[in-house]
Design a protein around this ligand. Structure first.
Ligand SMILES: Cc1cc2nc3c(=O)[nH]c(=O)nc-3n(C[C@H](O)[C@H](O)[C@H](O)COP(=O)(O)OP(=O)(O)OC[C@H]3O[C@@H](n4cnc5c(N)ncnc54)[C@H](O)[C@@H]3O)c2cc1C
Ligand code: FES
Length: 228
């Protein structure tokens, strides 16, 4: 884990989302599913973001502008600088035989990096509109469903599921694929275990999602991560 001030290379629209491309500096991209804390201009607390892409010399983050921090991150210009800390948390276990990436909405964010690490496996992505589904172009071998069809309506059996998306989607995926690896979300202030701002209930124990997650795989766990 390192903290560095990185230069913005570009902030490009992908459907309603923004692909923020930063110079990598000396930061390690880490394992897919790990995240970084990005200091949003003008905001006190950094925002957690999954690494989306890691081409040579770059770190890419796919951002959904839903509030002041994400809006500030999407508004940066080439040449601006952002302080970034990471990689943080537990990523996906890549030792899987028949991977299937299952994502919903901005949950697609870690999949380009994950897909590359796993050799472009099949992916099943759900979005609320065709405009949002433009982000599927970042993931090779992706099948797309758009509301009202849900990924869980068409989820095939017999795969090692790696999923990221809103909590109701993850809960539904877990019912169908109890051994799925699930990337959960919770609001985070520090990202490395110091503030207890990301505490969730797992197996009746309070855990910090930033260091015990965000990827959790255990059919017996009960992650009460907050929803948006
Ligand atoms: C490990 C991790 C990885 C993430 N990766 C990405 C990513 O790749 N791309 C992306 O766009 N977003 C990602 N997020 C979510 C992102 O961090 C939040 O959307 C962002 O911090 C919101 O900040 P804001 O100031 O824009 O909005 P805020 O005003 O802070 O929040 C807007 C609304 O969203 C809720 N909210 C904020 N953060 C979260 C959260 N983490 N979980 C649930 N509800 C929340 C708030 O309660 C509020 O209702 C990730 C979160 C985590 C924990
Ligand atoms: S975000 Fe601070 S303890 Fe998890």
């Amino acid at each position: 884990m390192r903290r560095e001030r990185l230069s913005v290379l570009a902030a490009e629209p992908v459907g309603p989302y923004t692909l923020l491309r930063l110079e990598r500096g000396d930061l390690d991209p880490g394992i897919p599913g790990q995240f970084f804390m990005l200091e949003a201009p003008g905001r006190l607390l950094p925002r957690p973001m999954s690494l989306c892409l890691a081409p040579a010399g770059e770190l890419g983050f796919l951002i959904d502008a839903i509030g002041p921090g994400t809006r500030a991150l999407c508004a940066v210009r080439p040449g601006d600088e952002i302080v970034v800390l990471g990689p943080l948390g537990n990523g996906f276990d890549l030792d899987v035989e028949k991977p299937l990436l299952v994502g919903g909405g901005i949950g697609v964010a870690p999949f380009p990096h994950l897909s590359e690490a796993l050799g472009a496996p099949r992916a099943l992505l759900g979005f609320r509109s065709a405009w949002h589904a433009e982000a599927a172009a970042l993931v090779p071998n992706a099948e797309v469903v758009v509301d009202p069809v849900l990924v869980t309506d068409v989820l095939p059996s017999g795969h090692d599921v790696l999923a990221c998306g809103p909590e109701p989607m993850l809960e539904a995926v877990r019912k169908i694929a109890p051994n799925a690896q699930l990337a959960w979300e919770a609001p985070m202030a520090c990202g490395f275990g110091a503030c207890y701002g990301c505490v969730v209930e797992i197996e009746r124990q309070l855990k910090r999602l930033c260091i015990d997650g965000p990827v959790i795989c255990d059919s017996s766990t009960r992650a009460a991560a907050s929803t948006r």
